[in-house]
Design a protein around this ligand. Structure first.
Ligand SMILES: *Cc1c(COP(=O)(O)O)cnc(C)c1O
Length: 423
């Protein structure tokens, strides 16, 4: 069936959408009193309506039970973080024992580097992507300096070919081979935040393992967006924030994956705290650290329960729908958006260059669009007319129609607003 740029066609797609009732399970922001068309679920996911109930439950437990809430609450606080593992493991393709929720993303990547970036002798280099998300750049550079090394020497950046918008897998693999036994760690974003490219994590992980390096992934833009098989790909570690596609609320806790082969290993160092101590004996307050037998050994502090409650609420929806159904709708709605962009560009004679890969295997929910010749006025115009997008200098807009709550009609209406800017 070929796409049509009409309201009837978009509404027909919505009528056939098995996830159509989910939009109603989220709060949408309003612009001039109207429900906005929301394209920024890649930056901050919408609030699930059940989140408030989860937060209220904690507030009530705190009011009525106070300290006893640690053990007497319906969802006791002392092991609250363990409630995430089962549901989250399905989102990232892991065993429940390999997943834990704690801290925030950059903090977790730092903690993972304590365990998995241990330069020694000539093996001290880190391979990362060029123009990585700034926090990742600062994190990697500061880690290198903590070890007394020079970032200019120790950090090897993967570069795109001249004139190309994406990294080629073969070039990444080649670079890893080249750095070879000097490579201590490969640490890259699984989905590039700027272009929306999904990297071939399986192949790249294997290439890193083959030269004897550790391989970790920053999954900020991947978790809840693309298919992940962290356990099977033998990824060593990964971390992701939960407030983007996972709809957990601003600045909320990060998920962390540590492959089971490192659980219980004494030769893998770690920064430790009481929440990683054997939970049966946590309150005995013994001087010697006894790690939990799984990813929870990397826990440090008691969990921020109030903050984490909305994440649990959101995971309930992920559990209900499952990644395969989300990915199916994602592919369809992103293709429809791509079609609308192409049609509109033709109608108004504008040059919109989609810099995200065309191949569905290499992209997730986000389309990044280079608006040649257009300035920030276009972004402002969209916002004034009910469309929330994300602007990156010099003139790229990022559009992420999250399959949980965006409709095909939203895509059609966006096309009409975009067109009205030009005519
Ligand atoms: C969003 C994002 C972050 C954010 O890090 P925080 O520690 O949660 O502030 C880090 N890295 C990447 C690649 C991101 O997309």
């Amino acid at each position: 069936m070929s796409n049509k740029n009409t309201l009837e066609f978009a509404q027909q797609l919505d009528a056939e959408d098995p996830l159509k009732e989910y939009a109603d399970k989220f709060h949408f922001p309003k612009i001039k009193g109207e429900k906005a068309i929301y394209f920024t679920g890649n930056s901050l996911g919408l609030q699930p309506k059940n989140a408030k109930e989860y937060v209220d439950e904690i507030m009530t437990d705190w009011a009525e039970l106070a300290v006893e809430g640690h053990f007497q609450a319906e969802k006791p606080w002392w092991d609250y973080h363990e409630r995430f593992a089962e549901k989250l493991s399905k989102v990232v393709g892991a065993k429940p024992s390999e997943v834990t929720v704690m801290n925030t993303l950059t903090v977790n990547l730092h903690l993972m580097m304590v365990s998995f970036y241990r330069p020694s002798g000539k093996r001290y280099k880190i391979i990362c992507e060029e123009k990585a998300f700034p926090s990742d750049q600062y994190m990697i550079s500061s880690q290198v300096r903590v070890h007394g090394l020079d970032p200019k020497d120790a950090i090897v950046e993967l570069k795109k070919r001249e004139g190309e918008q994406h990294l080629r897998t073969e070039d990444v693999v080649q670079k890893i081979k080249e750095v070879g036994e000097e490579c201590a760690l490969v640490l890259i974003g699984g989905v590039n935040y700027y272009s929306g490219q999904v990297l071939d994590m399986k192949t790249i992980t294997k290439a890193g393992k083959d030269v004897g390096a550790f391989v970790g992934w920053d999954l900020a833009h991947a978790a809840g967006n693309v298919e992940l098989r962290l356990h099977d790909w033998e990824v060593d570690f990964a971390a992701w924030c939960s407030y983007k596609y996972m709809n957990s609320g601003p600045g909320n806790a990060s998920g962390c994956f540590i492959h089971e082969k490192y659980h219980g290993r004494k030769d893998i160092p770690r920064f430790e705290g009481w929440w990683g101590h054997n939970k049966e004996r946590r309150f005995v307050m013994e001087p010697e650290f006894q790690p939990e037998p799984d990813a929870n050994a990397w826990q440090i502090s008691n969990a921020p329960i109030l903050a984490m409650a909305p994440y649990l609420a959101s995971l309930e929806l992920f559990e209900e729908v499952g990644m395969p159904a989300l990915i199916k709708k994602r592919n369809k709605i992103v293709s429809y958006l791509e079609f609308i962009l192409q049609e509109t560009a033709q109608e108004v004679q504008a040059d919109f260059e989609i810099i995200t890969p065309e191949d569905q295997a290499e992209r997730g929910t986000q389309l990044s669009v280079f608006l040649h010749g257009q300035g920030k006025e276009l972004f402002n115009y969209l916002m004034d007319n009910g469309v929330i997008t994300d602007w990156r200098e010099p003139n790229v807009i990022r559009l992420a129609p999250a399959p949980f709550y965006c409709s095909y009609e939203d895509m059609y209406r966006f096309g009409q607003v975009l067109k009205s800017y030009f005519v």
